[in-house]
Design a protein around this ligand. Structure first.
Ligand code: ASP
Length: 439
């Protein structure tokens, strides 16, 4: 059995946290390949090392003396090294980093040093081999991740190594220039390593015991999600549920490798399993609720719209021309509504309105702003009758006015539009009817 273990920044923020991580890895012989993030925040007012590196590099790039700022970063690592009692010095590494900052090696290079150095410490602490991600993870000259080449090189490299540390977040272009994934990208590295060694499990260790059914800032102490499918997760993360980087599911999904989200501070908790598919019935009809505020609805009316072929295309063409992506387009016989992100739309609204009038010749167009969208997601909805009915009666009881309803034919989710103001009340009402009422 092979397990990949990825640890997030808060799991590696101090020597104390490193010790917990060490104990977790040593507790299971199958935990053979480790992907660390850079040290994160030690407390709520602390700064992540990655952010310190970006700031220091920006300062260096403007020609300032950055030695003090870099010393502060070095101190973060030395604190960990000393706390673990390791016989290791990063002095030479920091000399190289100073040189490369002076040579303007780029902000990706700068940020990547966070995981690179943490990887060196981790390998030393565990007695595992250190493999620089720049030698095994590749990007093309445009900065796109090269999945096939990476998989080939990485699987060959790891075939001969029983236990190794591969730092997260970065790789290199073919000319050797370091390139990072987007923020939070160590999750992606973990997934790539899992694929390369055909792991049995990808364990992603963080500071929460998996996914919660709803946002804890809205629902007090919400229940956790035991098992979620990749598709459900995609719907929820799109709507703002964040724990795992969105792109981290693709490499393992192809191989059918499950991801287990675990808590470094509570390792006995089972956490959440993310799987391709499962016979396991979810505990509740819904798997999760997520939502976002800040949408705008463009309501378009025209008599006999339904029989006018090409009307929808003309309307959507205007959005495309203005480089605005739409979220949902519910329609009626003589009406069509387009939901867009308000911040993206606001600057261009008059241009869009003029465009719709010109191209589609509607009877009227009106706008409604400050709307929120809520996704109620669950594979269990398919087999259960009356889910929509329960949602709407709960919302009616809570005095929430529903502005829009959209259910995909997959029956995996129901999207509901409400005003920004009623967003929290709506989520609470839905959580109560499906979870609290079920307890
Ligand atoms: N350290 C990087 C960041 O802060 C990547 C990661 O932690 O996954 O975004």
């Amino acid at each position: 059995m092979i397990k990949i273990v990825k640890f997030g920044g808060s799991s590696l923020a101090s020597a104390e946290q490193f010790k917990k991580v060490g104990a977790i890895i040593r507790a299971d012989q199958d935990r053979k390949y480790v992907v660390p993030s850079a040290p994160g925040k030690r407390n709520s007012t602390d700064t992540k090392v990655t952010d310190m590196l970006y700031a220091t590099y920006a300062y260096a790039e403007q020609g300032n003396d950055f030695s003090k700022a870099l010393k502060a970063i070095e101190a973060r690592y030395n604190e960990i090294i000393e706390g673990l009692g390791l016989d290791l010095s990063l002095e030479e590494e920091f000399k190289t980093i100073t040189e490369n900052f002076k040579k303007k090696a780029g902000s990706d290079y700068a940020a990547s040093r966070g995981e690179y150095l943490n990887g060196i410490i981790m390998a030393n602490y565990l007695g595992y081999e250190f493999i620089d991600a720049a030698t095994v993870i590749f990007f093309d000259e445009n900065g796109n991740f090269m999945a096939d080449k990476t998989d080939q090189v990485l699987s060959e490299r790891l075939a001969g190594v029983e236990r190794a540390v591969v730092p997260g977040f970065y790789g290199a272009k073919e000319d050797g220039t370091v390139k990072t994934f987007s923020r939070g990208g160590s999750d992606i590295t973990g997934s790539i390593v899992a694929k390369a060694v055909k792991a049995d499990v990808y364990e992603n260790w963080t500071d929460v015991s998996g996914f919660l059914i709803a946002d804890p800032r809205i629902i007090h102490n919400p229940k956790g999600i035991d098992t979620i499918t990749y598709r459900e997760l995609r719907e929820l993360s799109y709507m703002g549920a964040t724990v795992l980087h969105e792109d981290a599911i693709f490499p393992v999904r192809k191989e059918g490798i499950p991801i287990n989200i675990k808590n470094t501070n509570a390792p006995k908790d089972e956490g959440t399993w993310i799987v391709e598919s499962t016979c396991q019935k979810p505990k509740y009809v819904i798997t999760g609720i997520a939502g976002k505020k800040g949408f705008c609805a463009i309501n378009i009316e025209k008599d006999m719209m339904n029989s006018e072929i090409g009307f929808g295309r003309k309307v959507l063409h205007v959005f495309e021309e203005n480089d605005i992506s739409f979220e949902h387009v519910p329609s009626g016989i003589d009406t069509m509504t387009v939901f867009v992100h308000q911040d993206e739309f606001e600057k261009k609204e008059q241009k869009v309105l003029a465009g719709i009038h010109k191209l589609a010749k509607p009877d009227s167009v009106d706008l409604e702003s400050d709307l929120a969208l809520i996704a109620v997601v669950g594979r269990g909805m398919k087999a259960t009758r009356g889910t929509a009915g329960r949602i709407f009666s709960a919302l009616a009881h809570a005095n929430v006015n529903v502005k829009m309803i959209d259910q995909g034919s997959s029956e995996l989710n129901i999207i509901i539009g409400v005003t920004n103001q009623e967003f929290e009340a709506a989520i609470k009402a839905i959580y109560d009817i499906f979870v609290v009422a079920q307890l």
